[in-house]
Design a protein around this ligand. Structure first.
Ligand code: NAD
Ligand code: G6P
Ligand code: MN
Length: 453
């Protein structure tokens, strides 16, 4: 059984490979193939991947590292997709251009997310076509290449029959921190209901061993004025740490979104918001505490990316590796667990991004929504949710239509539709500002975006 990882040079590759190897019996995996268009980057990452498979875990899993699609995908059962088109340099541009115009500058939200979407749609379609051509007939692509919301919308529109499931680790990262805050050790006993678009949703209920923990959780957040475990707040050093040692979602500028969960709940106490809603509900405040010279892309380049590549160089010099140079944790675990559910038909429950088809009764049938589902060999069996209240539904429709216009504009090469997409986005105050950002982004994305007329 072969698992191919597209975007093999990703900073997350070592952690994901470790999660796969730790589950090798349940997955029945014989070979892992890394595929990337950037040979130099992937070859470096492969050094630590090989160390994990051979030296650390003695896994017996064969490793193939390639820049050839045919070699990567032939007879693969799973393809894990994690491409970052344009690398962190373009993430930096996505974050900084809107900020220069006084708007939210974020990797997947607002104009930054729209720009990243324009770069990623066609490479993802190419990936689907390559996998269709070479992989096993019953392949599954697990895609978490961002911006997952726009990518999933485009893939559903252009390749509706592809065997692809789009996923996001943010809700599980939130649940990890909820468990830590409430001192719940066995987080496997936590079950939640959720509705939204990707990076745009709400937990309507969270249960532990069959009992709702919404009230104790809300009380915790109110008391601490933040959704972070008390252990993280002590001394606050973990919040500013650049090591890979602590939960990556609780470091650096992530701090503000955990604080924002408290601030949102003070006004709208019914549901627990996904942290990403801060960029839309507190856009002005986000811009105020941002530093246009040093954004999250800079934080990541100076921590996760630097730690990994410095650690690899050090290993090549000294033969010693410190496992903390790479990030391992829930992110890889949950992707590997999802593959187990598909392969072994376990019907385990996961949150996935799928075509709505009535699961959220008052959202369009063809919207790509994020909802819980039971996962078996034929894919997700979605768990329908109640109708969405007007406030959340209005926000979601605005975001959905902004993203749909982006996808249509990208496919048709339509400047007007892309400008409508930017103008409609809640993070943008006016048409004129939308146009200024878009025009700067067209310059910055030359060679990545399709031409807009
Ligand atoms: P990274 O830049 O370290 O790695 C991305 C890799 O993708 C690079 O090696 C790059 O060369 C490669 N790549 C670019 N275009 C490609 C193409 N067309 N085909 C194959 N490979 C290509 O980035 P990272 O921070 O490690 O993140 C990797 C991806 O995972 C990003 O898209 C990121 O947004 C995503 N991610 C998603 C979630 C989620 O919740 N969905 C969580 C974490 C990361
Ligand atoms: C969360 C989101 C991902 C996003 C990541 C960014 O995990 O769910 O979609 O890619 O955060 O994290 P970073 O550490 O790169 O800022
Ligand atoms: Mn995500």
């Amino acid at each position: 059984m072969i698992i191919a990882i597209a975007g093999g040079g990703s900073t997350f590759t070592p952690g994901i490979v470790k999660s796969i190897a730790l589950r090798k019996d349940e997955l029945g995996v014989d070979e892992i193939r890394l595929y990337d268009i950037n040979k130099e980057r992937q070859d470096k990452v492969a050094v630590v991947v090989k160390w994990i498979l051979d030296e650390e875990l003695h896994s017996g899993i064969k490793l193939t590292v390639t820049n050839d699609k045919k070699e990567a995908y032939t007879d693969a059962s799973f393809v894990f997709a994690q491409m970052r088109v344009g690398l962190y340099a373009m993430r930096e541009s996505d974050e900084k251009i809107p900020l220069k115009h006084g708007c939210v500058g974020q990797e997947t939200c607002g104009c930054g997310g729209l720009a990243y979407g324009m770069r990623t749609i066609f490479p993802m379609i190419e990936l689907i076509d390559d996998v269709e051509k070479y992989a096993k007939n019953d392949y599954w692509i697990l895609n978490y290449s961002n911006p997952a919301s726009i990518v999933s919308e485009a893939c559903n529109k252009l390749r509706p029959n592809a065997r692809i499931i789009n996923i996001c680790d943010m809700p599980i990262a939130i649940i990890d921190l909820v468990a830590a805050a409430l001192e719940i050790k066995d987080k496997k006993n936590i079950v939640y209901d959720y509705f939204g678009l990707n990076h745009f949703g709400w937990f309507t209920n969270i249960e532990y061993k069959g009992e709702s923990i919404m009230e104790p959780l809300k009380a915790y957040i109110k008391e601490h004025e933040i959704l972070l475990p008390a252990s993280y707040l002590k001394g606050k050093e973990s919040l500013t740490s650049t090591s890979n040692n602590t939960n990556r979602h609780a470091k650096g500028s992530w701090y503000y979104v955990w604080k924002g969960v408290y601030e949102i709940l003070e006004n709208f106490p019914e549901y627990i918001p996904n942290t990403y809603l801060n960029y839309y509900l507190q856009s002005k405040e986000f811009v105020e505490h941002s530093n246009v010279e040093y954004t999250r892309a800079n934080e990541v380049m100076n921590s996760r990316e630097k730690n990994l590549f410095d650690g690899i160089d050090n290993y090549l010099k000294t033969g010693k590796i410190d496992e903390k140079v790479f990030y391992a944790g829930s992110h890889g675990d949950w992707i590997a667990d999802l593959a187990i559910a598909l392969k072994n038909d376990t019907k385990a429950r996961f949150l996935v991004i799928v075509e709505n088809k009535g699961a959220l009764p008052n959202m369009p049938y063809d919207a790509m929504v994020e909802v819980p589902a039971y996962i078996g060999k034929d894919g997700p069996e979605v768990i329908s949710q109640k109708p969405i209240p007007l406030f959340q539904q209005g926000l979601m429709m605005q975001q959905l239509n902004s993203e749909k216009l982006l996808v249509e504009g990208c496919i048709e090469g339509s400047y007007e539709k892309v400008l409508q997409s930017f103008t409609l986005n809640k993070t943008v105050p006016s048409m004129t500002v939308a146009k200024a950002i878009l025009d700067d982004m067209i310059e910055a994305n030359k060679g990545f975006w399709p031409e807009l007329k």
